[in-house]
Design a protein around this ligand. Structure first.
Ligand SMILES: *[C@@H]1O[C@H](CO)[C@@H](O)[C@H](O)[C@H]1NC(C)=O
Length: 263
């Protein structure tokens, strides 16, 4: 599919009057994307940051803060990490992400089920950025699972083992993902509250979404709640792509995307 148009502003009447740099500094809302062209669909609206599960970006919208991630400890990612993260910081990134879902092996999970090895890899690649340019460092992003079929810890139990093991690491915030039915909104709230209570760190929700049910209704309820919790620093809905927050032609926001841009 070809991206031939940028966002029609018709659906976006709620642009606030502040310059983008100010809105960016105070905003919690971000984009999770693979195709950087689509970030242009959010030139207006309430998003302020973005990430793509990697350390390099082709984002068309350069007004958003890009947060580089070291996806896993595999060489394809570590080989370019130092240069990529350094470049991102030079261009204004104020935060970096550690591994993506090391607690799980399916789909996009980094599959690093041995927490001790994850701690060592974090110390080798991510911790060295501590104290440089005041960059803030996240803990590895974990799922909302509990135990894998390999009998390894997942989710919050995995995260707690990581934090206990990573002595001397600068961890400024933790990074949690959540998926379940749209109707389980209370579980969404309780899970994130548990992550905060049990880690005593600010929380970034860098993926959340529904496995079935009323997605627009869920997002409409989730946004004000996420905005109101002072311990939630940032969040990104899953995700900016065709069939989700972009339309099928990738030429405009979907109605879900419009909720995310303006709510
Ligand atoms: C179990 O662990 C092995 C080795 O790390 C991995 O390849 C596999 O995908 C894991 N399975 C699950 C369901 O986590």
């Amino acid at each position: 599919m070809k991206v031939s148009m940028i966002l029609s502003l018709a659906g976006l009447s709620l642009i606030d009057a502040k310059p983008i740099s100010l809105r960016s500094a105070e905003g919690k809302r971000g984009l999770a994307y693979n195709n950087g062209k689509l970030t242009d669909l959010f030139q207006a609206g309430k998003v302020s940051w973005m990430y793509n599960w990697g350390s390099g970006t082709d984002a068309a919208n350069t007004n958003l803060e890009y947060v580089p991630m070291l996806h896993s400890n595999r060489a394809e990612h570590t080989s370019k990490w130092n240069e990529d993260a350094g470049n991102a910081i030079k261009k204004g990134s104020k935060h970096i992400f550690s591994f993506n879902e090391p607690d799980q092996c399916n789909g996009g999970g980094a599959c690093m089920q041995d927490v001790g090895a994850t701690v060592e890899a974090h110390k080798q690649w991510v911790q060295p950025f501590a104290g440089k340019d005041d960059v803030k460092i996240g803990a590895p992003a974990v799922t909302n699972g509990v135990l894998s079929t390999n009998n390894t810890k997942m989710g919050l139990p995995y995260l707690k083992d990581f934090l206990n093991g990573c002595s001397g690491c600068q961890i400024d915030f933790v990074n949690a993902h959540w998926y379940d039915k749209a109707s389980n909104f209370e579980y969404f709230q309780k899970h994130l509250q548990d992550v905060h209570d049990q880690t005593q760190k600010p929380v970034w929700v860098t993926e959340f979404g529904v496995t079935n049910g009323d997605e627009e209704g869920f997002l409409t309820k989730a946004i004000p709640w996420l905005d109101q919790q002072t311990w939630i620093e940032r969040y990104a809905y899953q995700w900016l792509a065709a069939g989700s927050m972009a339309n099928d032609e990738e030429t405009a926001l979907s109605s879900l995307g419009n909720i995310y841009a303006t709510a």
